[in-house]
Design a protein. Structure first.
Length: 231
């Protein structure tokens, strides 16, 4: 499909699909990259949307940059992508996966989106960090004392990061939103999704047997059918 590479204030980005007045901003998850939007973009194009995807800090083309993938850097990048999108299209929507959904939730609270689609979204970063500490038999005070704690999950927990997300919870979300998650998601606690959906009146679809990232062909088929239906 048609795909154009661009830079948005030094952020590598791809614009997918035929020209349209409508666009989906695509936020990928941890360890992802902008090219992962291809499947979503193919569905979006059939419904008259373009898609703009971009690399999060230290992801994709930005691996090795001395610009860490923190919530504040992520928010800065999402803001720049949103400004570019507002100048380039008349109608905006948002698709967020996992960490990309969280950065969007932190960045886009006051924007005007037609619709938002979340796939395995992180809706409570504070709770996730606390759960990771508990799994290591550690406390918040341990994190405060050590400031940084490497984990076997591939993450380094940071006290400044934890302090920031605690002081800046998601305060509002006014956009029409549909959420898809797996029943076996070991990253996002179902309780946090239930609370979020109840508070902001979001639709929630749970796929039995699926994990945080869908991998089985059957689950991927369900993901694509959900996008087709909800987009």
């Amino acid at each position: 499909m048609l795909c154009e590479r661009t830079l948005v204030q030094s952020i590598p980005a791809l614009v997918w699909g035929r020209p349209s007045r409508r666009v989906y901003i695509y936020g990928h998850g941890k360890c992802g990259k902008k090219e992962e939007a291809e499947g979503f973009a193919g569905i979006a194009q059939r419904h008259g949307f373009q898609v703009i995807s971009f690399d999060l800090p230290q992801h994709g083309e930005r691996v090795g940059e001395e610009y860490p993938c923190t919530v504040w850097n992520g928010m800065g990048d999402f803001g720049r992508i949103a400004d570019y999108s507002h100048r380039s299209w008349e109608e905006l929507s948002f698709f967020g996966c996992s960490l990309g959904a969280y950065f969007g939730l932190m960045s886009f609270q006051n924007l005007g989106f037609r619709k938002c689609l979340f796939y395995s979204p992180l809706v409570d970063m504070e709770r996730m960090i606390i759960d990771m500490l508990k799994a290591l038999d550690l406390s918040e005070y341990d994190l405060f004392l050590r400031q940084e704690i490497p984990t076997p999950f591939g993450e380094t927990l940071s006290w400044p990061y934890f302090e920031y997300v605690r002081k800046h919870p998601i305060g509002s979300w006014k956009h029409k939103t549909s959420i898809l998650c797996g029943s076996n998601d070991a990253v996002v606690a179902r309780e946090t999704l239930a609370i979020f959906c109840d508070k902001y009146q979001c639709g929630l679809t749970v796929v039995e047997g699926a994990g945080h990232y869908f991998q089985d062909p059957e689950h991927l088929q369900i993901l694509n059918a959900w996008i087709e239906r909800e987009i």
